[in-house]
Design a protein around this ligand. Structure first.
Ligand SMILES: *Cc1c(COP(=O)(O)O)cnc(C)c1O
Length: 396
């Protein structure tokens, strides 16, 4: 077995079995309740082509939120009919193309409504509409402050939803096929989905809509003990939908975090140990907070040191830091732990969501990615060098 210690650092490691477990887990939970359901893979959360390909093979749809992501999903083997197209950054060309070829397209902006006029009149085309969800209005228990209102979707608290619905209704070759209600709450609670789905059902009733799908969005927990499971989310969807006799709708989920966080680890290596005060050491690693916490918000990491020889002096305080020239590039502090030394490797687990897709090209370019096979590691993305950095630049 090739060992983690043999890989060149820094690098990410993908465990494809873990991705499979997540995708199948959500699919099975939905299948146990619904005749018709779709698991969409949120491409923005982790857009590594190898992952997109794996998710597609498992039957997941690609949930994309820009024309670039639409092109990426196609390049990674998704058929247009297996794409869910959301967000404000659709191009007119890909918006029309997606609708013509049977993608699930959830309208987000008024310019998309106007583009509908350009569809051919040969047959009826399906579209969905994103509904604006204010978390504290829909589920006060999940209220979390000033971002509870939403920049997305058409609001039923003003005239916008009503107007969008009547606009679609008067276009004779377009049919409203579904509603989209994505919100990620801080709590990721089952209760929130009950409330937001109830709100959707009431909206469907209020406007007498005859639709085929409800896209409940993403925002779910994945692997943590004592947190809701895919099955509990699915049971909750069913409970509310059946109360409104809408359990025959196709239920769509678009998990990001819940599918990809747990299938990636990051490995960095200690490159220097600095003793700066009597009781304080800085451990410089070749990883960076940019690699594993690009929002600079995490306070703890699921991390471990590989092959760590414990017969070492105990250090009162070690601040494990990154490789950038930013003073605040500090990951975590070890208190009263054996002193790390050059060459030690640190593995950070559960770092697949909103990490590599958000890492800047800062100081060191994007690192290697290996996939973990039965008894070896295979390089699936080679580190970018200055050569990749200058591709498409013009300079003399
Ligand atoms: C970001 C996003 C998701 C995924 O959200 P998670 O919280 O990572 O599950 C799903 N749908 C849409 C529309 C999104 O923008």
């Amino acid at each position: 077995m090739e060992k983690i210690n043999d890989l060149s650092t820094p690098c990410f490691i993908l465990d494809p079995k873990e991705l499979e477990r997540s995708v199948r887990g959500f699919q099975e939970a939905l299948n146990s309740k619904f005749g018709n359901s779709i698991v969409g893979y949120s491409v923005k959360t982790n857009s590594v082509p190898f992952c997109l390909k794996c998710a597609g093979k498992l039957g997941a749809y690609a949930e994309v939120v820009s024309s670039d992501e639409y092109e990426l999903a196609l390049a990674c083997g998704f058929s247009k009919g297996n794409i869910i197209y959301n967000g404000p950054l659709k191009s007119k060309e890909t918006f029309i193309d997606a609708i013509l070829h049977g993608a699930i397209v959830n309208i987000e902006t008024k310019r998309e409504l106007s583009w509908l006029k350009e569809l051919p009149h040969d047959k009826k085309y399906n579209v969905g509409l994103r509904v604006n969800i204010n978390i504290s209005h829909v589920s006060p228990e999940d209220a979390d402050g000033e971002n509870d209102n939403s920049r997305f979707g058409f609001s039923d608290e003003t005239e916008e939803l009503k107007d969008a619905l009547s606009f679609i209704k008067q276009i004779d070759n377009v049919e409203l096929a579904g509603l989209h209600i994505h919100r990620t709450t801080h709590s990721r609670s089952v209760r929130f989905y009950k409330k937001s789905i109830e709100y959707a059902c009431q909206t469907i009733k209020k406007y007498g809509l005859s639709i085929n799908y409800l896209d409940v969005g993403g925002g779910f927990f994945g692997i943590f003990p004592n947190k809701p499971t895919y099955q509990q989310y699915s049971d909750a969807f069913y409970e509310v939908l059946s109360k409104f006799e809408m359990q025959n709708l196709c239920v769509i989920v678009e998990p990001g975090n819940a599918l990809v966080a747990s299938c990636f680890s990051f490995i960095s290596e200690v490159i220097d140990v600095k003793h700066v005060e009597k009781e304080l050491w800085f451990i410089t690693t070749n990883g960076s907070r940019n690699d594993i916490d690009p929002f600079f918000k995490k306070s703890t990491y699921l991390c471990e040191t590989v092959d760590y020889n414990k017969n070492r002096d105990i250090a009162k305080e070690q601040i494990v830091s990154g490789c950038t020239c930013l003073e605040y590039d500090r990951m975590h502090t070890l208190k009263d732990k054996p002193l790390l030394s050059v060459g030690d490797r640190i593995v950070y687990n559960n770092v697949g969501a909103y990490t590599m897709c958000l890492s800047p090209m800062f100081i060191r370019y994007i690192p290697n990615i290996y996939v973990k096979n039965e008894d070896s590691f295979e390089l699936i993305r080679e580190k970018w060098t200055a050569q990749e950095h200058i591709v498409k630049n013009k300079f003399k």
